[in-house]
Design a protein around this ligand. Structure first.
Ligand code: GTP
Ligand code: MG
Length: 202
């Protein structure tokens, strides 16, 4: 997929505000600071389309980006930021579950996991929702450049094992570019599968 255009469309908290024009959507999820916004920029070859931050908890609404006028990339709020206000923490689960249930034509959710961290409860909750609502998941480990080869090979097996997923999980890095093209290929494949199955709910 060649990226011809990518533009911010809207921020939303509730299903009434989500785009409903029938274009397929790909959502990006994962804990705060895992690198959701960075990987969206890398996939789109944009430096700053999506705001990234060294301070976790930056993205607290669901942000929709229209790509090639044909599909949406959806940046979901992160979780697990210890210093987030309680109201933000409380809002996370209903907001994300509401999106997963209410999104129209959700082709897949890209589940990002930091290669240096053990998965936590909310990673597991998210994955259980994807199964419950029958939403295809694309798994990727982020920040592979932070580990040496042996450590990263270990991580892609251990994290898969901890979550009961097929090993090894794919490694990505926005610094080195590792795995970014392959991730885009997986995304394109999932959009084709949605087309074949017809419209998902919505
Ligand atoms: P929230 O919006 O707070 O949920 O965070 P996020 O998941 O969108 O993370 P973001 O993309 O803002 O990245 C968080 C920090 O990690 C930033 O300082 C990024 O520069 C850094 N980062 C993201 N991806 C990589 C990577 O592949 N390698 C390295 N070394 N740093 C990365
Ligand atoms: Mg972000």
């Amino acid at each position: 997929m060649k990226i011809l255009s990518a533009e911010f469309v809207t921020s939303a908290a509730q299903s009434g505000q989500f785009p409903r024009d029938g274009r397929p959507q790909i959502a990006f999820s994962g804990r705060s600071n895992v690198g959701k916004s960075s990987i969206i920029n890398a996939l789109l070859h944009r430096r700053n389309l999506v705001k990234t931050s060294a301070t976790p908890g930056k993205t607290q609404l669901i942000n929709f980006f229209l790509i090639n006028e044909g599909l949406y990339f959806v940046d979901l709020p992160g979780y697990g930021y210890a210093r987030a206000p309680q109201a933000v923490t409380d809002a996370w689960a209903p907001m994300i579950e509401g999106y997963l249930k209410g999104a129209s034509r959700l082709s897949a959710v890209v589940v990002l996991l930091d290669c240096r961290r053990e998965p936590d409860d909310r990673d597991r909750l998210l994955i259980s929702w994807l199964r419950q609502y029958d939403i295809p998941a694309i798994y990727a480990l982020t920040k592979a450049d932070k580990l040496n080869r042996q450590e990263s090979e270990h991580a892609r097996r251990e994290i898969a094992k901890a979550l009961g997923l097929p090993a090894p999980l794919p490694l990505t890095s926005v610094k080195s570019g590792q795995g970014i093209r392959e991730l885009l290929a997986e995304i394109v494949k999932s959009i084709r599968n949605t087309d074949d199955r017809g419209q998902r709910t919505g």
